[in-house]
Structure formats: structure tokens, C-alpha cells
Design a protein around this ligand. Structure first.
Ligand code: ATP
Length: 437
């Protein structure tokens, strides 16, 4: 018999079904034993009357097991208004113990005071906590909403290699790995391969996949491996087209999340899912600097001129809220020296790209890409990269549409949506001091 999930039980009233799940709680009363069972969709009560002769064997089995064990039961689904958990109870006729649990190292229902590192060591127990399980389910729904939007808009999903032969984009933050008798590197982004797909004529592509950064930074928003939600599309007129597509994509993802989890997010994470409206506000970097100076007396440090830093991102959120009543802000006109060589510049050298800040943290870098071979070579030379990116430059020699795209850090998106840190957000966190589990 196929397993019925808790959220499907209401469709099986008075039927004999098979139910499998974790034993969440056992309440052993004088006349009756209540067992709360749990699966990823919720909890349900199983009731065993002690006076019934036929139940003696079931009670014996239940007396041998601990909470968090898993069982499989053959049972009848009964409607009973007196039952607090959804007005439904399961009346078992057979119970099979499928896995016996030892005592847990901590109570996942009460994580206050449990060290985050201990939680991460036992991540599979940590995720049994309702809130932590919701993080996974919400991120999945967010991705689903964004994927649906892209499929509807004629994007093709691609999967590019993560083992690459050259440390291409910016040598310093790349992991080097042994590759037989040679060296390989872990991809810092799918950037070059997305563009290769457009040169192949695929028009519009996206990839959701792992991204590796050898950054020894212990912040609440950096990981050494995270999930990139990356896309690239052809025949754009300007990076405005890229920003516009990103607005639609985020609106689609957040709408899907709000429909399914809006209430739960408010109740459990204490935060509202706000669906932004188009267009998101935009500011040029130099105007933003001026505003931050005038309003908050903040001046960007010398070495970050032409770029942002964490504090500037926080202030950008304030400005976005106060000036535009928005949680989002696009920042444009970064210095070309601070950006990758493949971002397009106009005839005055102004960078045709942007960053998107949400709730005080960067979630995306995007741009129109330089697709003109000569210009691209010039930009690569300027950054001293010509030899490293030899293979990449080839894509632009045989016809390549004008195009642009962006990369969103999916973990960052989920983290900001729910008001968490990246360690709490990633399914399995990877940082400078964590390679396990
Ligand atoms: P930051 O300035 O925050 O370090 P970045 O400029 O290096 O980010 P990009 O290379 O533009 O970021 O990467 C695209 C997106 O990937 C970022 O906007 C961000 O959402 C996410 N991202 C970048 N680095 C990390 C990281 N170490 N951990 C998690 N997400 C990241």
C-alpha cells in the first residue's frame, strides 16, 4: 500500500490505509495510549484503546520503542472532532517498527541554548525542528516559482561543469584541486558557460547549481560553497532589460512563496513577505554616496570607492525604504575597475551593469555583457587576464548575440526572506571552518 501523507489524510476518512512516519510523542494514559506521528507535511494522532483485547500486541510493540523511531502502521482513518490535531485520528490494526532511535543529543523542539555548531554537526536532527524544515520547503517553493517563470519565458535550463581547467575569473578566490597528474579548479560561477550557450544559439538559459568561493570570510552572509541561480539571455538592448527581467523573476518567486507560506512565515519567522512592484528604485553609485553622506554622514572608505561595502549596503536599505518605500534598490554606474572585464561599458567607459540590494544585503550582480570580440580582448588585457581567458574569448569570434544576465545567490535570497544567517539557511553549510557533515 502506498504511504498516505498527513496532509492527504482528510481525503481518506473511513478508509484502511498505510501510514509511515516518525514517532513524535507518546502519551501513555491509563485507558488509552496516544501516539503522535509525524511526516514532512504535519502531525497526526494515533489512538490505541487499552481495553480492546485485539490491541494488546500493538501496545506491547509500542512499549519497546522510543520517540523519534519510525514505524509503519496499517490503520483506519477516523474523523473525530475531539482530536485537536486536525480532527482526525488513526486507529491501527498492525504496527511495524522500521527503525529504532537512540536518545537524541539535544531537543530539536527547543533549540534555545543549543550551540549552532552542535546543531550543524547533527544537521539532520536540527532540521526535524519545524522552523528549520520550513526553511527547506520555502526555498524549494521560491525556486519553483522562479523556475516556472523562466520556463514560461522560453528559458532552457543548463548544467555546466564545476571542474574547470583554468582559474579564470579572478584567480584569488578559486579552489584548486588535484586532477590526476594535473590541476583543476572549482567553478566560481557558471558565467562563461552561460555565455557559451548563447553563442551556441540557445537564446535564453539558466542554471541553478553549486558555486565555489575560496574566501576566508566568516560573515553571516558568505559561504565557501553556495547555490547560484544564474541566467543569461540574448538580444537585449541594454542592461535595463536585464533589471526588468530580474524584477519579474523575483516577483514570481516571492508571489509563489507568499501564496503557499505567507501566513506561516509571519507566524514562525515573524516577518512579512512583501511582493515588490515594478520598477524597483534605481540609483547611480555616486548619487547614493552623496545621499549617504548628506543623510547619515557616511563616506565610503578610499579602497572601496567605485564599489559598495557592507555598511553602505545597510544604509542603502534605509534609503530604499525612506525615499522609495521599497525593500529593493538597484545600484548602477559602478567603477569599471571594480567589476569583471566581461561587463559592457558604454562609449564613456560607464559600466552597463548593476547590483541589487535587498533588505541591506547584495543579492545579485548583473550586466549587459561585452559581446564584441575586439572590445572584450581589450578589457581582458587591461585586467591582465588575456591568457587565462583564451578559451572564453573564442566564443565571440563566430557570431554571438548581444546579451546580458545576472547571478542571484539563492541562499542569500532565502536568508533575507526569513531573517536568518547563512549558516542557519543553507541545507549543509560550507565555510572556512566547516567541511562536515
Ligand atoms: P559579495 O560582495 O557579497 O561578497 P560578490 O560581489 O562576490 O558578493 P558575485 O560574484 O556578484 O558576488 O556573485 C553573485 C551573487 O552570489 C551575489 O550577489 C550574492 O548574492 C551571492 N554570493 C556571492 N558570494 C557569496 C558567498 N560567498 N556566499 C553566499 N552567497 C554569495
Amino acid at each position: 500500500m502506498k504511504k498516505v501523507y498527513v496532509n492527504e489524510l482528510k481525503n481518506h476518512i473511513d478508509e484502511e490505509i498505510s501510514f509511515s512516519g516518525f514517532v513524535d510523542t507518546i502519551r501513555d494514559k491509563k485507558w488509552v495510549m496516544f501516539v503522535i506521528l509525524r511526516d514532512s507535511t504535519g502531525k497526526v494522532q494515533m489512538t490505541i484503546e487499552k481495553s480492546d483485547e485485539n490491541n494488546q500486541k500493538l501496545l506491547e510493540i509500542m512499549s519497546t520503542i522510543s520517540v523519534e523511531s519510525t514505524i509503519k502502521v496499517k490503520c483506519k482513518v477516523v474523523s473525530n472532532e475531539a482530536v485537536k490535531l486536525g480532527g482526525i485520528e488513526l486507529i491501527p490494526s498492525e504496527i511495524e517498527v522500521t527503525s529504532l532511535a537512540l536518545n537524541l543529543p539535544f531537543d530539536y523542539n527547543n533549540l534555545d541554548g543549543v550551540n549552532l555548531d552542535t546543531r550543524l554537526d547533527y544537521r539532520w536532527l536540527d532540521i526535524r525542528n519545524e522552523k528549520n524544515m520550513l526553511v527547506r520547503q520555502i526555498e524549494s517553493t521560491l525556486t519553483e516559482g522562479m523556475r516556472e517563470f523562466l520556463y514560461k519565458n522560453n528559458f532552457t535550463e543548463i548544467h555546466s561543469p564545476k571542474l574547470i581547467g583554468t582559474a579564470s575569473e579572478s584567480g584569488s578566490s578559486v579552489f584548486e584541486v588535484k586532477y590526476f597528474n594535473d590541476k583543476a579548479y572549482l567553478a566560481q560561477s557558471p558565467q562563461f558557460y552561460k555565455q557559451m550557450a548563447l553563442a551556441a544559439g540557445l537564446d535564453r538559459v539558466f542554471e541553478v547549481g553549486p558555486v565555489f568561493r575560496a574566501e576566508n570570510s566568516n560573515t553571516n552572509r558568505h559561504a565557501t560553497e553556495f547555490t547560484g541561480f544564474d541566467l543569461e539571455f540574448s538580444y537585449i538592448d541594454s542592461y535595463e532589460d536585464v533589471m526588468s527581467l530580474e524584477e519579474d523573476l523575483l516577483i514570481a518567486g516571492l508571489t509563489k512563496v507568499k501564496e503557499k507560506y505567507g501566513e506561516k512565515i509571519k507566524e514562525i519567522f515573524g516577518t512579512e513577505v512583501v511582493i515588490p512592484t515594478k520598477p524597483f528604485p534605481r540609483m547611480k553609485l555616486k548619487d547614493l554616496y552623496q545621499e549617504m553622506h548628506d543623510k547619515y554622514g557616511f563616506d565610503i572608505p578610499e579602497h572601496d570607492i567605485g564599489d559598495m561595502n557592507a555598511e553602505a549596503e545597510k544604509l542603502t536599505f534605509k534609503i530604499a525604504q525612506e525615499k522609495f518605500n521599497s525593500e529593493f534598490m538597484f545600484i548602477t554606474d559602478y567603477a569599471a575597475t571594480k567589476r569583471p572585464f566581461y561587463h559592457m561599458r558604454d562609449e564613456n567607459g560607464v559600466l552597463q551593469g548593476y547590483d541589487l540590494i535587498w533588505r541591506g544585503t547584495e543579492i545579485t550582480s548583473g550586466a549587459q555583457r561585452e559581446h564584441r570580440y575586439e572590445k572584450l580582448v581589450e578589457n581582458a588585457n587591461e585586467k591582465g587576464l588575456k591568457d587565462d581567458v583564451k578559451f572564453y574569448l573564442q566564443f565571440f569570434k563566430y557570431g554571438c548575440p548581444p546579451h546580458g544576465g545576472f547571478g542571484i545567490g539563492l541562499d542569500r535570497l532565502t536568508m533575507l526572506l526569513l531573517g536568518l544567517t547563512i549558516k542557519e539557511t543553507q541545507f549543509i553549510f560550507r565555510g572556512p571552518n566547516r567541511l562536515n557533515p
